[in-house]
Write a protein that binds this ligand. Structure first.
Ligand SMILES: Cc1ncc(COP(=O)(O)O)c(C=O)c1O
Length: 473
């Protein structure tokens, strides 16, 4: 492709994306296609001769768009908000256009130094002390994996330099709540702790980790000759945005020498608002924390922010120094390949930079407060409606509900089927999309607010649609 063709088709594509966003509300939120339908629209063999990209937007409309579920739709109430602000779309374009690899400072100094600056801006925006230093990862799953690797190496005095975990006399143990995200057990298993050494502690009636049970589990492991190693606190669990008791967990971590990692992947965005920071009181006791600006905050995927207190330790665990990567500036600047797992790194910091320039801290605060206000309104409607039940507190933007008709009360199987039907009815209507989940044996509809385009009228529409679906029996 030459630059003239790139310019022409590139402008067409920008217009196409802008028109897509302008008209998104008219589309059904959830893709209606069946498995295999999109695949059938493409030839089985690759093009033998160059076809060129003329007519690309028509091809996108024909092949891709039927299979897109619209995460930026104002009727998006499923999974979690994953806003992809247009400012960060432009940043992704620049990132790809520059094609720079940011593995070492010297491979593109701007990639490292812009990341240094925007991660420090983010630290300030969240009210974190200067004790934390940030680095961008692709996902919270990767960051949590790194955290548990660092925990393992600290607790084992760098067993990786000897015979690894296999040479340890006492098994190392990881603790988290039974409401933690699946990325936590996954990280613990991948880091070699083994399922027998993972404790998922029960939660209280608000679905937050029970400190008394955590303490008992630590004592039991100590008595059995095992070594407590890491503790993961969820600030905003995936199911209900429950808040683990971070201050108490930090005290326990300190008392027993545990690594404390905080998973605030979705909810961390809230702490741009100073009045919400009480929810993660105790955060300064963490060794590491992760939050995803690519979720509720609004920077396009992938952009996960990982903060650590001891960068030297992270680099010692992750660092490699082969001769072909050494440069004269090593030691004078950060080489970000040593701050995570992959060697190659995209210039993702551009996304956060463009996004923060576009919105400013005040713009973000206003949107977070708007979303919290809409969630509180919805919770109030549910609380005031007969036969509707709210299953969890609403500290943030997720409202967990179910419909309980008198005839089905007490029959969990029937209630699950009934509420799944309600979700299907709403989703098939095309104007709103929500997902369900199981909370301690009860199927709930998880209404996750916070798409950028969602306004109060869309939340009112969701509530109407839910009630209409329930009225159908
Ligand atoms: C609390 C929490 N932690 C971790 C994750 C995983 O995030 P990622 O997709 O960035 O790995 C999620 C995703 O929804 C989450 O809600």
């Amino acid at each position: 492709m030459d630059t003239e063709e790139f310019r022409r088709i590139g402008h067409e594509l920008i217009d196409w994306i802008a028109a897509y966003r302008e008209g998104i509300e008219a589309r059904p939120v959830m893709s209606p296609v069946q498995p295999g339908e999109i695949r059938a629209l493409l030839p089985e063999a690759p093009p033998q001769r160059a076809e060129g990209l003329e007519g690309l937007t028509a091809e996108l409309d024909r092949v891709v768009m039927p299979g897109i579920t619209h995460w930026n739709h104002p009727g998006w109430f499923a999974y979690f908000p994953s806003n992809s602000d247009l400012s960060s779309v432009l940043a992704d374009l620049v990132c790809a256009g520059l094609g720079a690899q940011g593995m070492s400072w010297q491979t593109s100094p701007a990639a490292t130094e812009v990341e240094d600056v925007v991660m420090d801006w983010l630290r300030q925006m969240l009210g974190l002390s200067e004790a934390f230093t940030g680095v961008i990862h692709d996902s919270a799953s990767s960051a949590t994996f790194c955290a548990l690797l660092c925990a393992r190496e600290r607790a084992s005095s760098f067993s990786q330099a000897r015979s690894g975990l296999q040479g340890e006399a006492a098994p190392l143990v990881v603790y988290a709540s039974d409401q933690g995200h699946s990325s936590i057990p996954k990280a613990a298993l991948l880091a070699g702790f083994g399922k027998d050494n993972l404790r998922l502690i029960e939660t209280d009636e608000d679905h937050a980790l029970r400190l008394d049970l955590l303490e008992q589990a630590i004592q039991a492991d100590l008595s059995a000759g095992r070594k407590p190693c890491a503790l993961v606190a969820a600030i905003g669990t995936t199911g209900t945005t429950a808040l683990d008791p971070l201050e108490g967990m930090a005290a326990l971590a300190q008392r027993h020498g545990l690594w404390l990692h905080v998973d605030a992947a979705m909810a961390g965005t809230a702490f741009v608002c100073p009045e919400l920071r009480w929810m993660w009181a105790g955060i300064e006791g963490a060794d590491s924390l992760v939050l995803n600006p690519h979720k509720w905050m609004g920077a396009g995927f992938d952009l996960s922010a990982y903060f650590v207190r001891d960068p030297e330790h992270l680099i010692r665990v992750m660092g490699t120094n082969p001769s072909y990567l050494r440069t004269a500036q090593d030691g004078l600047a950060r080489n970000l390949r040593d701050w995570g797992i992959p060697l190659g790194r995209r210039f993702r910091a551009l996304k956060l930079w463009f996004f923060l320039k576009a919105h400013g801290v005040e713009g973000l605060q206003a949107r977070i407060r708007r979303d919290l206000g809409m969630a509180a309104w919805l919770a109030e409607q549910v609380d005031g409606a007969p036969h509707w039940e709210r299953l969890a507190p609403v500290p943030l933007q997720t409202v967990c509900v179910r419909h309980v008709p008198t005839a089905l009360a007490g029959d969990e199987t029937a209630l699950a089927a009934h509420n799944r039907t309600l979700a299907d009815r709403v989703n098939q209507g095309g104007r709103c999309y929500l997902t369900s989940s199981v909370l301690k044996g009860r199927l709930m509809l998880r209404l996750s607010l916070g798409a950028q385009a969602t306004e109060p009228r869309h939340v009112a529409l969701l509530w109407e649609e839910l009630q209409r679906a329930a009225d159908q029996g």
